[in-house]
Design a protein around this ligand. Structure first.
Ligand SMILES: NC(=O)C1=CN([C@@H]2O[C@H](COP(=O)(O)OP(=O)(O)OC[C@H]3O[C@@H](n4cnc5c(N)ncnc54)[C@H](OP(=O)(O)O)[C@@H]3O)[C@@H](O)[C@H]2O)C=CC1
Ligand SMILES: N[C@@H](CC=O)C(=O)O
Length: 435
């Protein structure tokens, strides 16, 4: 007789529907590999009127959480999103002895530590693989396969929606609004997509990974962050003419054991010959660097129904197998100002009127001399877009140069250089903010 596992599912949107389908469609392979029969005994939704198109789901639908617990689930899967009521539901379920699987990065970034403590207190497991990198098993890798390494750095693309938008804007010159709509229809974006495009979703994921990799809790409010809403197709085009692809880069590093931490989520220019530049569409990539493993890179679909459901259901199947205690976490780390680590910068500006190439070249050489690495210009009807790659240029020099133009728009972005992550100066020279 096969062991039965009773599962409660909170949420039946993009991810919840994927979980329902995967458990139904792959029941045979799951039973064969685990020797267990997973049965979804209740599904909590908000709107009981919504058409679901999922075989058999109507019989277990409810809008009442107490009915979910009344069915005594062994495992509760939370895929409703947001902090409340998700936190309270999970806490109540833990108190009843339920193991928990969640895909909720906002919850894990803001209240993850508390939930870890509660799971220890109630002797239940808390798994959240899907909260970072969609289908990529990055959390399990850090938790299970990098315990003996000192992880000092990780970086990559942690948001599928923005990578999808940037890819289509640069390759097909699509408008930001059109591609965002498409990303929402494909189920990549959050219920409130501003979380994706303003960089917060990647911040949540970065905060979760820092807790696991460095054992530090950096509150999301302390992570320097900029989204992609102000990127124009012209800026992307100029970056490409200079040999770069723009990516929303999430990065974190720690300078020594219990040392200061530097982290940020920023649109960043990545040289086209770096493998990170060819991570397109909804794909995410994470590189982890540790003292013994050296470097590991994972690439996979970072959002969408199937990859996310895969991570959730794998978590479900692993529940009850191994039990990893969460170790202590430094709660008041020294957080360095994130952007100062990038010494090489991309300056983009859109000026009114036409500019001649020789005059611009002469001016750039006079102002920036050897700090200027590369430049390009793009004439438009009544404007000219100018892009520069400069190294070691300070804010005053930048402002002085801008003051020579009738500027309509300008940007100053970090550029990824070097064999490893950054061309950084030693941390002591960086601006500091003590947490
Ligand atoms: N979409 C993706 O690619 C990924 C999403 N995630 C995370 O997974 C979680 C779910 O995302 P996703 O499926 O896209 O979200 P959706 O908005 O598609 O679905 C949310 C579901 O939760 C239900 N719900 C919302 N609020 C409540 C409530 N108060 N009580 C009961 N049910 C509620 C909704 O009910 P109803 O159907 O009735 O409206 C809906 O079924 C989020 O935490 C998200 O960040 C993680 C990785 C990838
Ligand atoms: N909205 C998120 C979904 C997965 O975490 C993203 O686009 O990455």
């Amino acid at each position: 007789m096969m062991e039965k596992v009773k599962v409660a599912l909170l949420g039946l949107g993009t991810v919840g529907s994927g979980v329902w389908k995967m458990i139904s469609e792959n029941r045979d392979v799951i039973a064969r590999k685990t020797g267990k029969w997973y049965q979804i005994s209740s599904v909590l939704v908000k709107n009981p009127e919504k058409k679901r198109n999922l075989d058999g789901v109507e019989e277990v639908l409810t809008t009442d959480f107490s009915q979910v617990l009344a069915r005594d689930p062994d495992v509760l899967i939370e895929v409703i999103g947001g902090v409340e009521p998700a936190f309270s539901y999970i806490k109540k379920a833990m108190a009843k002895g339920c193991h928990i699987v969640t895909a909720n990065k906002e919850l894990m970034a803001k209240r993850g530590q508390e939930l870890e403590e509660l799971s220890g207190q109630y002797g239940v497991q808390l798994r959240y693989e899907a909260s970072v990198g969609g289908g990529i098993p990055v959390i399990s890798t850090i938790r299970h396969f990098l315990k003996a390494n000192r992880i000092y750095r990780f970086y990559g693309i942690l948001n599928g929606t923005t990578n999808y938008i940037l890819t289509r804007m640069s390759e097909e010159a699509c408008s930001f609004a059109d591609v965002l709509k498409d990303a929402q229809e494909k189920g990549y974006a959050e219920a409130d997509p501003s979380s994706d495009v303003e960089g917060l979703d990647a911040v949540y994921k970065l905060s979760i990974l820092m807790r696991l990799a460095f054992q530090v809790h950096v509150p999301v409010s302390q992570i320097p962050c900029q989204g992609i809403t102000d990127l124009s197709p012209q800026e992307l085009q100029l970056a490409e003419m200079l040999g770069y692809s723009v990516k929303l880069l999430a990065r974190a590093e720690q300078f020594g054991e219990n040392g200061p931490v530097s982290c940020s989520v920023l649109p960043t220019l990545v040289p086209l010959h770096y493998s990170l530049a060819s991570v397109r569409d909804v794909y995410n990539a994470v590189t982890i660097e540790g003292d013994y493993v050296q470097d590991l890179t994972f690439v996979g679909q970072g959002a969408g129904q199937k990859p996310t459901a895969s991570a959730v259901v794998e978590d479900l199947l692993n529940t009850g197998i191994s039990f990893e205690e969460e170790t202590g976490c430094q709660t008041n780390p020294w957080v360095l100002a994130g952007e100062d680590v990038f010494l090489t910068r991309f300056m983009w500006l859109k000026v009114r009127g036409q500019v001649t190439k020789p005059a611009l070249e002469a001016q750039l050489k006079e102002v920036f001399a050897s700090k200027l690495l590369r430049w390009a210009m793009l004439p438009e009807q009544a404007h000219t877009s100018i892009g520069l790659i400069v190294q070691g240029c300070n804010e005053q020099e930048r402002k002085d140069w801008l003051s020579r133009w009738d500027v309509e728009q300008s940007q100053n972005r970090p550029v990824l250089v070097g064999k490893t992550l950054l061309d950084r100066c030693p941390p002591l020279f960086l601006a500091k903010t003590k947490a």
